[in-house]
Design a protein around this ligand. Structure first.
Ligand code: FAD
Length: 272
């Protein structure tokens, strides 16, 4: 029996580029997103989606890989990059009222957007964003969507299951491996060990210009502004101060007693 076409949503966050100085805005202690990029850890999620599609009949099989982001106007760049890499279409949830959303508010808005898209078979995310790094959103999304969740997958396959698909994944723990199977639809976060993300090529960059990209607001997805943003978040950054500059550390000059100096230093630090 012909397998059904997959509708995969890949979450791509637009995050401050780590090569530049990252800081919070004075006004509301929220992240200054001026120099932002597609979060590197989400490139693994996008690659995983493209490989699943290619393994199950490719583009001709009618699969959809929808790159989705929540963020201010500039965040559309993350979706455009994902379209260049190979996503088939994009969704950008953008609304001023979302500014300052914490993880709970973010997962509320993202889950409402996924319900708005409808009939989604698989939600793929990175294991964490490279700015907030809370790793809270995937689990919260699964809870809000009432879907099974597989987090920190380092392998991911779909096996045929009676015209549909089953997820087969492995999670590498420190002391053990988990082999996990789940029905679809489901939410899966992947690690940076799962694959080697591809780069956009010239053909992909040109094709991306014609791919559909929808911009949605809170009213489109039926979310009340009071439930998101600084106002609707369960956590707020009360205050923030710059991290003290790193000290230069202790330099040991070996005059034949470097070993003793090192032991003295470690003892003083109560590390021995
Ligand atoms: C330094 C810092 C500390 C923070 N600390 C907290 C905190 O302690 N508690 C809290 O509730 N919030 C916190 N936040 C806010 C939090 O980062 C945002 O709410 C964010 O949108 C969601 O959390 P995250 O980035 O940690 O996502 P994670 O849960 O780390 O992200 C996992 C995956 O979810 C997807 N995802 C996350 N956000 C988006 C998005 N906007 N668009 C598309 N996909 C997305 C991505 O695929 C990402 O790989 C913090 C932010 C910063 C910058």
């Amino acid at each position: 029996m012909e397998n059904t076409a997959l509708k995969i949503v890949v979450l791509v966050k637009h995050v401050p580029d780590a090569q530049f100085d990252r800081h919070l805005t004075d006004s509301s202690n929220t992240t200054d997103r001026l120099t932002s990029i597609l979060s590197e850890l989400d490139e693994y999620a996008l690659e995983a989606a493209l490989q699943l599609v290619e393994t199950h009949g490719g583009a001709d099989a009618g699969h959809q890989v929808i790159a989705m982001t929540m963020g201010p106007d500039g965040a559309v760049a993350a979706v455009k990059k994902a379209l260049q890499i190979g996503a088939t279409e994009g969704v950008h949830l953008s609304d001023e009222a979302l500014a300052g959303s914490d993880a709970a508010a973010t997962s509320l808005a993202l889950s409402a957007t996924i319900n708005h898209i409808g009939d989604v078979d698989l939600v793929l995310t990175g294991m964490a964003s490279t700015d907030g790094e809370t790793s809270l959103v995937p689990a919260q999304l699964a809870e809000r969507l009432d879907l099974p969740q597989v987090t920190f997958a380092s392998t991911l396959e779909l096996k045929d299951d009676d015209g549909g698909y089953q997820i087969v994944a492995r999670r590498d723990g420190d002391t053990h491996l988990d082999n996990i199977e789940s029905r679809l639809p489901a939410v899966v976060s992947v690690t940076d060990q799962i694959n080697e993300p591809r780069y956009p090529n010239f053909k992909g960059i040109m094709a991306a210009k014609k791919k559909p990209l929808a911009t949605l607001t809170l009213s489109d997805i039926g979310v009340d502004a009071a439930d998101v943003g600084l106002a609707g978040s369960w956590t707020n950054v009360e205050s923030a101060e710059p991290r003290p500059p790193r000290s230069h550390g202790v330099v040991i000059t070996d005059e034949g007693d470097a070993g003793k100096q090192l032991v003295d230093f470690l003892e003083k630090q109560k590390l021995l």
